[in-house]
Design a binder for this molecule. Structure first.
Ligand code: FE
Length: 298
């Protein structure tokens, strides 16, 4: 049973849409086709977030190869599975099956080698991977890993009928599966019935964006269609965001909108990235490459 919670995050003035972003089709891992929504040119603007990939296909050829052994250092990866099954294994000894509705949160920290392999030969595989940066002082912390099944994730419904899954952060008095002090990430999956409205207070200094993966929504009067990221403008007079699902409840366009709402506190530190390593300086990147080649991440 889902608990109903009354809106406590009321917003006087919503942030506007600063720009809409169309993701770029790309291939990663051993040949997984995906859409890179948040890519390197947006890392400064959306600090502390480094990457958002969306994957979704009914064709096994798009996903079956998975992501065999590869290293990471210096940040956190969050995988949210909308549909499908994927097995994670890493050199720090963690193993976990991530299934429909589940989340895998991995802090790469000082580094590890891991694999993410689909556990299905057919059917739909859909989900997201978000990269969250670590502050300079935490980049070399011990790797950490948690797997949350769909039923372990905090979930509630607003009186407007919006179903909210709280992966990270705090919303309407509900604390997410994971919280982080420095970056204070908010990561929500919102299912809005047609015409429904959702309000989320956002601290003025946080960078924020939404990604619409079903239906269409409006933010401060501007339409955000499906498969679009909307970067939410920072404005001194805006105290949050108001998201409204387009479509009439019983009309032609009936159907819910599904939206990821992501926000976090910027680190304002230099970002040096080389593939799966994200540090602050090129020297630290070179060290990561040397450590990986010498087998010190495994
Ligand atoms: Fe990975």
């Amino acid at each position: 049973m889902t608990e109903t919670i009354f809106q406590t995050d009321s917003v006087r003035q919503s942030r506007n849409v600063e720009r809409l972003v169309v993701g770029q089709a790309t291939t990663d891992g051993a040949g997984v086709n995906l859409i890179r929504v948040l890519a390197q040119p947006l890392q400064q603007r959306l600090d502390p977030f480094l990457m958002l990939d969306a994957f979704g296909s009914d064709d096994p050829d798009d996903y079956i190869a998975g992501f065999p052994d590869h290293p990471h250092r210096g940040f956190e990866t969050l995988t949210y599975m909308i549909a499908g099954r994927m097995l994670h294994r890493d050199s720090a000894g963690h193993e976990g099956l991530i299934e429909t509705g589940g989340v895998q949160w991995m802090t790469a920290g000082s580094g590890l080698v891991h694999s993410e392999i689909p556990q299905q030969a057919e059917g739909r595989m859909e989900g997201f991977q978000l990269w969250l940066n670590l502050p300079a002082r935490d980049k070399m912390i011990r790797p950490w890993y948690r797997n949350f099944t769909a039923s372990e994730l905090p979930r509630f419904e607003t009186e407007a009928g919006v179903a909210v899954t709280v992966i990270a952060g705090l919303t309407h008095g509900v604390t997410g599966a994971v919280t982080r002090e420095t970056t204070a990430p908010l990561f929500l999956d919102l299912h809005l019935p047609a015409g429904a409205r959702f309000e989320q207070a956002l601290p003025i200094e946080q960078n924020a964006f939404i990604y619409v993966y079903r239906g269409e929504v409006a933010v401060a009067g501007q339409s955000v269609p499906s498969q679009r990221m909307a970067i939410l403008a920072d404005a001194a007079n805006a105290d949050g965001v108001v998201i409204e699902a387009r479509g009439e409840p019983a009309g032609e366009q009936a159907g819910e909108a599904r939206v990821l709402l992501i926000a976090g506190h910027p680190l304002r530190e230099p970002i040096a990235q080389h593939g799966p390593f994200v540090m602050n300086t090129m020297q630290e990147i070179q060290q990561a490459v040397r450590d990986y080649s010498a087998g010190r991440l495994a």
